[in-house]
Ligand binder design. Structure first.
Ligand code: PFF
Length: 449
């Protein structure tokens, strides 16, 4: 077999993994879900889900991938040859990857469009009505929606074809630190706006009456979506990890950095929402309306606005690359397809499936299943069904089939790391806590008890 590509340095592994986690989830999804689900109570639930379920599943996935050094389907064949059904986890991940990309590329398309609009200087408004009109004009135009989505697909595909180290790793290394700095600058501006305190209260003072079962599932789904787990992405990235990489430490760092980016985005957005009279529960359009307003109210705002949307576009690329890598790794390794061919086939499927999602505010707005349009349906099915289900199965696999001894060995880097008590706690979380918690939240949301 040809030498497998992989990440080339410890820092490279960290930023590429972080590049997968950080994306539109932090800057677009986290703020709008926090806004529509009542603020701080949701934030707290999401934090708990991340710690109790997200981090353990993330560590498990990376460990499995690194041990087998294979894609998400083959990993289970290699690690569990006598129980072939576990590889269903990999195939579910494939479906989730395609569904997520079908709507994610649309939102990334909006970001790309906002890059151009910010350069052209057509976003300079702080009043909610015109901000809404600008966003509405973009998403309700079929030509524009499709154009931007396809552009995103072409750019993502191009980078993936360059490979793991020269494509994914190289892009992530250069740009993640810059995004962080810019978000800090934005926060400072937003927090010094008159009336900012109300936004902070919304984000940090919990109101527990708002936490219903729907909210719990949404928070859990967000935890999975944020850490890119439950669908084989971290497993695939784990297969590119270096043997000496400390997996629990890397996963914990990624989780903390990822949470910080979300909180920074929240602190940039919510003070501005209240200062300028926007609606916190505006939904998916929230970021696209409030962020231009914050920039418009600061000196040199236009330059920073361009930079912000460029960096958000890049953050979304890091995440999309990691999702696309799941089917591409599977196809190249299992069907000996070339990387180029695998990428093109996957992109074609996503373009077909993604079209009804990107037209869901125009031509296909009446296409509904379970009362959801294509965009919302793909989002719901992936985040609230497939990823949590994948999380249950991965936890069950490690907790009941793979076992404590192999988990310990997989994380010990050939006996160099002795993280005994930590692994024990992790094992208990995987064996009992996370499958039970996820199952209860999912069943409750279905109204089964
Ligand atoms: N974590 C990414 C984000 O928050 O934008 C989205 C994502 C990437 C989800 C990779 C799932 C995945 F496998």
């Amino acid at each position: 077999m040809a030498q497998r590509d992989g990440f080339t340095s410890t820092f490279g592994v960290l930023v590429a993994t972080l590049g997968s986690a950080v994306g539109l989830g932090n800057i677009w999804k986290f703020p709008y879900l926090t806004g529509t689900n009542g603020g701080a109570g949701f934030l707290l639930t999401y934090l708990l889900a991340t710690l109790l379920v997200g981090l353990p599943v993330m560590i498990a996935e990376i460990m499995l991938g690194r041990t087998a050094r294979a894609n998400a389907v083959s990993t289970f064949e290699i690690l569990s040859p006598k129980q072939p059904f576990w590889k269903a986890i990999g195939y579910m991940g494939l479906v989730a990857a395609v569904l997520i990309l079908a709507f994610y590329t649309e939102v990334a398309g909006w970001v790309f469009a906002y890059v151009v609009k910010s350069i052209a200087g057509t976003l300079g408004h702080t009043d909610p009505a015109s901000a809404k009109a600008t966003f509405g004009a973009l998403v309700s135009s079929p030509v524009q929606a499709l154009f931007w989505q396809w552009l995103v697909l072409v750019v993502t595909g191009g980078i993936i074809m360059l490979g793991v180290s020269k494509g994914i790793e190289a892009v992530a290394k250069k740009l993640m630190p810059l995004l962080f700095l810019l978000l800090i600058a934005l926060c400072i501006r937003s927090l010094t706006l008159p009336g900012a305190a109300e936004g902070l209260r919304f984000l940090f003072a919990p109101d527990f009456s708002k936490i219903g079962t729907g909210v719990l599932l949404t928070a859990l789904g967000l935890a999975f979506f944020k850490l890119s787990i439950g669908m084989g992405t971290m497993l695939t990235y784990g297969s590119y990890f270096r043997p000496e990489q400390n997996i629990p430490a890397t996963a914990t760092r990624v989780m903390i950095a990822d949470l910080s980016v979300s909180l920074l985005a929240g602190m940039a957005i919510f003070p501005a929402v209240f200062a300028f009279g926007f609606e916190p529960a505006a939904g998916p359009s929230l970021v696209f309306m409030t962020i231009p307003a914050v920039f418009d109210s600061m000196p040199g705002g236009q330059v920073f606005m361009v930079l912000f949307f460029v960096l958000t576009a890049i953050a979304s690329l890091g995440a999309m690359l990691s999702i696309l890598e799941v089917p591409v790794a599977m196809m190249t390794e299992r069907w000996s397809c070339s990387r180029r061919k695998a990428t093109l086939i996957t992109l074609a499927v996503i373009a077909l499936l993604g079209a009804p999602a990107s037209l869901s505010q125009s031509l296909t707005q009446d296409w509904k299943l379970f009362g959801l349009n294509a965009f919302d349906l793909f989002d719901y099915l992936s985040s609230n069904v497939l990823l949590p289900l994948g999380g249950i199965l991965i936890s069950l696999f490690v907790g009941w089939s793979y076992g404590m001894g192999k988990l310990q060995a997989g994380l010990s880097n050939n006996g160099q790391l002795d993280n005994g008590p930590l692994v024990k706690a992790l094992f208990i979380l995987l064996r009992y806590v996370s499958p039970l918690l996820i199952a209860i939240v999912m069943l409750k949301a279905l109204g089964l008890f």
